[in-house]
Design a protein around this ligand. Structure first.
Ligand code: SAM
Length: 272
């Protein structure tokens, strides 16, 4: 059974979600919101969306709020998704850094981890002596649920359908016994990545050294234009001169004011 939501209730949730995550829900998303939250209302034995709203607001631990965001946000991702970005990283960015052999990357809406692990595999595959390089990847997301999965680094073998078997073998361990059908990331790949909960709406991020590259893919599509504009200008601040920003293939910065140079439809560079 799906609960029905009143216009007032939808407005309450919409404001709460926007204020906290930047995710902007149009009126057309009313039934989507209702269907995504209905199961939660049932599990909590609640009768109306107003009761659920009160539950979220009264929860001092904010766990229910995190759960709400998990239910409404889309976490779809894949290994080597939108592969042109990884080609660009290997062919253009890595050769530029061959003298210092140091690279700092932020996967800023990393979902369940496929993106940062793909970045790490691209780095290991893309240089001659990876042990002489200093690779550091910060992988963050708003959702604690997806971050827990990302940090665990265990994936169903179906997730690797598009990944060449020799790559899987180099970077993942095949599960046995009750782990049959699963692969777990090898420690040397995982050690390049730090997972952290960060909200892209925050004014500041805990990043001390300028970054070479930021991935912000397939999340800005849920933000309105003013939110996108604030965000890309924050990214500009955290990049080194000449650093790069990758956005999702269905996204564009065409309608926002920003200081980046556009190199390709979804690849931007900070001036040198
Ligand atoms: C569709 S996934 C994209 C995953 C990956 N970047 C990719 O392209 O495959 C979008 C992610 O953005 C996260 N997200 C939504 N709002 C966010 C915010 N305000 N701050 C950080 N992450 C957010 C969601 O939790 C979700 O995991």
């Amino acid at each position: 059974m799906e609960y029905s939501i009143t216009a007032k209730e939808f407005q309450q949730f919409r404001t709460l979600i926007y204020d906290e995550s930047g995710i902007s829900l149009s009126d057309q998303k009313t039934s989507l919101l209702a269907s995504r939250l209905s199961k939660r209302l049932r599990d909590l034995n609640l009768g109306t969306f107003s009761e659920y709203y009160a539950t979220v607001m009264e929860d001092q631990t904010r766990e229910e709020f995190t759960r709400l965001l998990d239910l409404i946000s889309t976490n779809k991702t894949a290994f080597f998704r939108e592969p042109k970005h990884f080609d660009f990283l290997r062919e253009r960015i890595l050769p530029e850094l061959n003298t210092t052999k140091q690279i700092r990357i932020w996967s800023s809406a990393c979902s369940t981890g496929e993106e940062p692990y793909t970045i790490a595999m691209t780095l290991y595959e893309g240089v001659q002596n990876p042990e002489r390089w200093d690779f550091k990847i910060l992988a963050s997301d708003l959702s604690t649920r997806v971050l827990a999965k990302a940090a665990a680094g265990t994936y169903d073998e179906d997730r690797f359908r598009e990944v060449p078997p020799d790559i899987v073998q180099r970077y993942f361990l095949r599960g046995r016994g009750d782990q049959t059908g699963f692969f777990k990331v090898k420690p040397h790949l995982a050690s390049a990545i730090t997972f952290r909960r960060l909200n892209l709406m925050d004014d500041r991020f805990p990043i001390k050294n300028p970054l070479d590259l930021i991935f912000c893919r397939n999340v800005m599509i849920y933000f309105d234009r003013p939110t996108q504009q604030t965000l890309v200008n924050k990214f500009h601040h955290y990049l080194r001169p000449g650093g790069y920003l990758f956005i999702g293939h269905s996204e564009s910065l065409q309608w926002v004011t920003h200081p980046f140079k556009s190199l390709a439809p979804t690849i931007y560079q900070k001036e040198r």
